[in-house]
Design a protein around this ligand. Structure first.
Ligand code: SAH
Length: 460
């Protein structure tokens, strides 16, 4: 390690920035986050930078740089566009034993700025020691994804209770208590956006020496998206990393499943058409039972849990049993398939509305409001519509849509095996058989399908 990351307390301390342009402003913003007092030296200074100096209670010198400007400095940044001025600033600062950073000139620096991941008072610096700044930025992006945006709130909560906990608990109990706070239900509540409940639990735990008895199970109902793991949300990924056990469907892709914490127990509860391998009631009950055992249960579903996903039924049971849960939306098949097939679901020239419809047959029949569906200028998206495809196309035409209305099937959308079959209401059922289209597949009907030819971009 060539560079040692240190955490400086700059609050109220005079920091000199030489330069008045965009880079100087960027550094000034950063120093202001640490509440530094800014002293800016430059013949010309932008408005934002002027404002930052003012609010910091600092000083602005609209002048050419001279060494005297460093007299009161505790930290120096050379951020002019003139490398000879930057070199002069660096020399002067080093002569005065002041830490100095010159923008884009490692040899003139006695310290560098790491890439920073910030969550309130939590700050993580990532430094490559100048070897590979782009790599450091990439690492930063990964950490941004993994750390809850509410980590700062958690740190604030801890700060507020610090003294109380200190008085109430001697070591080593205190350390154990804080570990429980940051890894248990308090953290989970805060991260789920329920800070009040988190605080209540923390209170309760202080009165209850055996915190283990407060460890409750909970359920995360998470949308795993249509297949491409890149389409997961940050929150989905975080909860997948935290789960003790995962119950997943057939529609959850292998690559998505791979992102679940390695040692989590995996339970397949998928249904196959005609084989209801695990009845819905059993799944609902199992979620309740596992949570009552104190487990963190991940219910991972394809697409979005609230769109043809029975998510509502599953959390209904949890609500009855008083088990905490949270719901994480996923990219639904319609959004995912449409994007990856280059078929905009709405378009000013073709469709002013879009409808998501289940094409699932009940006892071999489809009871749908065909007349409404056959109205013009809307896009229809049928989920589970492969078996009933012939009926769907026939009924839409019979109720007034022209047989030449464009229609497409997207098979295994967003995955490496994606196929898009395009035809019209007349030809699509035949094409589906010819090309042996398999589930999962989505049917899209409407003028927007005609745009696929030009707008398709994804090549699996
Ligand atoms: N909750 C899911 C939908 C479950 S219903 C969601 O929001 O996407 C199951 C149907 O979704 C399938 O029959 C199919 O029509 C559609 N589907 C799901 N994933 C798909 C994919 N990758 N490609 C095409 N269709 C998909």
């Amino acid at each position: 390690m060539r560079y040692l990351p240190l955490a400086f307390d700059l609050r109220g301390r005079p920091c000199v920035i030489v330069g008045g342009g965009a880079i100087a402003t960027r550094k000034a913003r950063l120093l202001r986050k640490a509440e530094a007092r800014l002293i800016v030296v430059a013949p010309e200074v932008g408005e934002e930078l002027k404002g930052l100096v003012r609010e910091s209670g600092g000083q602005l010198f609209q002048a050419n740089y001279r060494a005297q400007f460093l007299d009161s400095a505790e930290l120096v940044i050379a951020a002019t566009s003139d490398s000879s001025v930057n070199a002069e600033v660096s020399r002067d600062a080093q002569a005065r034993r002041l830490p100095v950073n010159a923008v884009d000139a490692p040899s003139l620096c006695t310290f560098t700025f790491p890439s920073i991941v910030e969550r309130g008072s939590i700050a993580i610096g990532i430094s490559s020691g100048g070897a590979a700044p782009v790599l450091a930025r990439g690492i930063r992006a990964q950490m941004e994804a993994l750390l809850s945006p509410r980590l700062g709130e958690l740190a604030e909560l801890a700060a507020r209770f610090r003294d109380t906990v200190k008085q109430a608990l001697p070591e080593p109990a205190r350390k154990g208590f804080w570990e429980w706070v940051f890894s248990g239900p308090v953290a989970a509540e805060v991260e789920a956006g329920r800070a009040k409940e988190g605080e209540r639990l923390l209170h309760a735990a202080l009165a209850e020496p055996d915190t283990r008895s407060l460890n409750r199970g909970e359920v995360y109902l998470v949308g795993g998206g249509p297949g491409d793991p890149d389409l997961l949300t940050f929150r989905a990924l975080r909860l997948m990393q935290r789960a003790d056990v995962v119950l997943y469907d057939r529609l959850v892709s292998d690559q998505v499943l791979e992102l679940v914490r390695r040692d989590a127990e995996r339970i397949y509860v998928g249904k196959k058409k005609q084989f209801h391998s695990v009845p819905q009631d059993d799944i609902n009950q199992r979620l309740v039972d596992l949570a009552l055992e104190g487990k963190k249960v991940l219910r991972l579903k394809g697409g979005d849990p609230f769109i043809f996903g029975r998510g509502g039924e599953e959390i209904d049971k949890l609500a009855d049993a008083g088990i905490p849960f949270q719901v994480v939306p996923g990219i639904t098949a319609a959004s995912g398939c449409a994007s990856y097939a280059g078929i905009p679901l709405t378009h000013r020239d073709h469709a002013q509305s879009v409808r998501f419809i289940t094409g699932h047959l009940k006892e071999g029949e489809l009871h749908l409001p065909w007349r409404e569906l056959a109205s013009p200028a809307q896009t229809l998206v049928f989920y589970m519509g492969l078996t009933g495809l012939e009926t769907i196309c026939h009924q839409l035409a019979a109720h007034g849509l022209p047989a030449s209305t464009p229609a497409a099937l997207v098979e295994k959308g967003t995955t490496r095996e994606q196929r898009v079959v395009v035809g019209d209401l007349d030809s699509l059922p035949r094409l589906a058989v010819e090309k042996a289209v398999e589930a999962p597949a989505l049917t899209i009907v409407g003028g927007v399908v005609g745009l696929h030819k030009k707008l398709s971009w994804f090549e699996p």
